[in-house]
Write a protein that binds this ligand. Structure first.
Ligand code: SF4
Length: 187
């Protein structure tokens, strides 16, 4: 078993072990200091799933959002949603992180950054994002080919294999599975 991640490790593990859908949300949050609702849900529940505890989650979102909307507005408008994701507000349901199927079938609108990049990015943006992740040009063509043929999870699996130099026989069916398989290899 591997340890849950803590706040001080998050930048490093985001680079090494987040699937592209979460890496994109993470980078956009750092860039814009904001994410719309769909992105906060998709990334927030994923982070809960990788073991970020509620206090660290609040600190993580607060650090970014307070740069944009200020501390007071963060506490008033956004902290509730984070506690809610952890089952501490409202009906106290313990919400589960989203699967690939759910993310792939979402319909991000203008200004949204959630969804699955293999499905929702233009080919040009997908190529650029894969390049930033470190996918080499030979693997890139295979990934793009799978995405073009609507095999989004296979495209993600090939990305995983290219970045880790290891087969992923089970295939990718959940962002948190991508993360834990990656940690098993890299730790
Ligand atoms: Fe995320 Fe799944 Fe899409 Fe990979 S296939 S980017 S894990 S939603």
């Amino acid at each position: 078993e591997y340890a849950d991640i803590s706040l001080k490790d998050i930048d490093q593990v985001a680079k090494s072990s987040f699937p592209l859908c979460m890496r994109h949300l993470f980078d956009k949050l750092k860039e814009d200091h904001h994410l719309k609702h769909g992105g906060r849900m998709q990334l927030g529940l994923f982070l809960k799933g990788v073991g970020l505890n509620l206090d660290d989650a609040l600190a993580f979102w607060r650090a970014e959002f307070s740069k944009k909307v200020g501390l007071e507005k963060f506490e008033k408008q956004y902290a509730y949603g984070i506690r809610h994701n952890y089952g501490k507000e409202g009906k106290r349901t313990d919400y589960s992180p989203y699967s690939c199927t759910k993310i792939i079938s979402s319909t991000p609108g203008t200004g949204d950054h959630h969804g699955c990049p293999y499905r929702h990015f233009s080919e040009e943006n997908l190529r650029a994002a894969l390049g930033r992740m470190g996918v080499n040009s030979r693997a890139m063509e295979d990934v793009i080919d799978k995405a073009r043929n609507r095999h989004y999870q296979l495209a993600c699996t090939l990305t995983f294999e290219a970045l880790h130099g290891m087969p992923c026989d089970a295939g990718i069916n959940h962002p948190n599975q991508y993360f834990s398989d990656s940690r098993k290899i890299l730790q």
